[in-house]
Ligand binder design. Structure first.
Ligand code: 5SP
Length: 217
């Protein structure tokens, strides 16, 4: 799966960008609040508009404080998957329950320095696990390969039936890094610069998909 990150999109070209991501599986929507991360992007009204503008499943990544309060609104706005941050949430089980009740998948994200082990039990209530391979906040950063240990552990837990999550990775994914992420066991690759900083985003999605697929057994 390939999920272009909308943070890197040129909003003035939104309609064109939407067409370009038709070959992708999900559209990754980076919601930042200038508190949890030092950047401010878009919020619920934009997600509601996006929902009307495209059929592609919206993968909303909430890099915000107090996801316990805000996350369910994104599910109600029609997001396919709503990911909150482990470092920000107070009651992760309640958030997962509410997201699912509102018809969305529930996602949990870990920053690069946040270990997986303390979250494994909680992840039994979640549908997606987003492993950050950069510090959240900005596109165009360098991939942090150390996080692949978490991917490998998560892959083992999924393959042995302990977890049922889709494993996503986000940050610095491009033609040079996608192979190692795929090899470690990632299911869904979020890519911003590698898709939108090209002349042909649709071709970039196709090329990333081909590289990732080569590692699937
Ligand atoms: O959420 C984030 C960063 O916080 C990501 O979704 C990036 O926006 C991905 O961009 P690239 O690293 O692929 O340029």
């Amino acid at each position: 799966m390939i999920a272009p990150s909308i943070l890197s999109a040129d909003f003035a070209r939104l309609a064109e960008e939407m067409a370009a991501v038709r070959g992708a599986d999900w559209l990754h929507v980076d919601v930042m609040d200038a508190h949890f991360v030092p950047n401010l992007t878009l919020g619920l009204p934009v997600v509601e508009s996006l929902r009307k503008a495209t059929d592609i499943p919206l993968d909303c990544h909430l890099m915000i404080e107090d996801p316990d309060r805000w996350a369910v609104g994104y599910a109600e706005a029609g997001a396919h998957n709503v990911t909150i941050h482990a470092e920000a949430v107070r009651d992760p089980r309640a958030v997962a329950r509410d997201l699912r009740a509102a018809g969305a998948k529930a996602g949990l994200s870990l920053k690069p320095g946040t270990p997986l082990d303390p979250w494994v039990e909680v992840l039994r209530d979640y549908d997606t696990l987003l492993i950050m391979s950069v510090e959240p906040g900005f596109g165009g950063q360098k991939f942090i390969p150390d996080v692949l240990d978490k991917v490998r552990t998560a892959r083992r837990l999924v393959d042995t039936g302990h977890l049922k999550v889709i494993i996503e990775i986000d940050g610095g994914i491009n033609a040079d890094t996608i192979d190692q992420a795929a090899e470690a066991g990632v299911d869904c690759f979020v890519a911003g610069s590698a898709v939108y900083n090209t002349d042909d985003p649709a071709a970039a999605v196709a090329a990333l998909r081909e590289r990732a697929s080569a590692h699937r057994s």
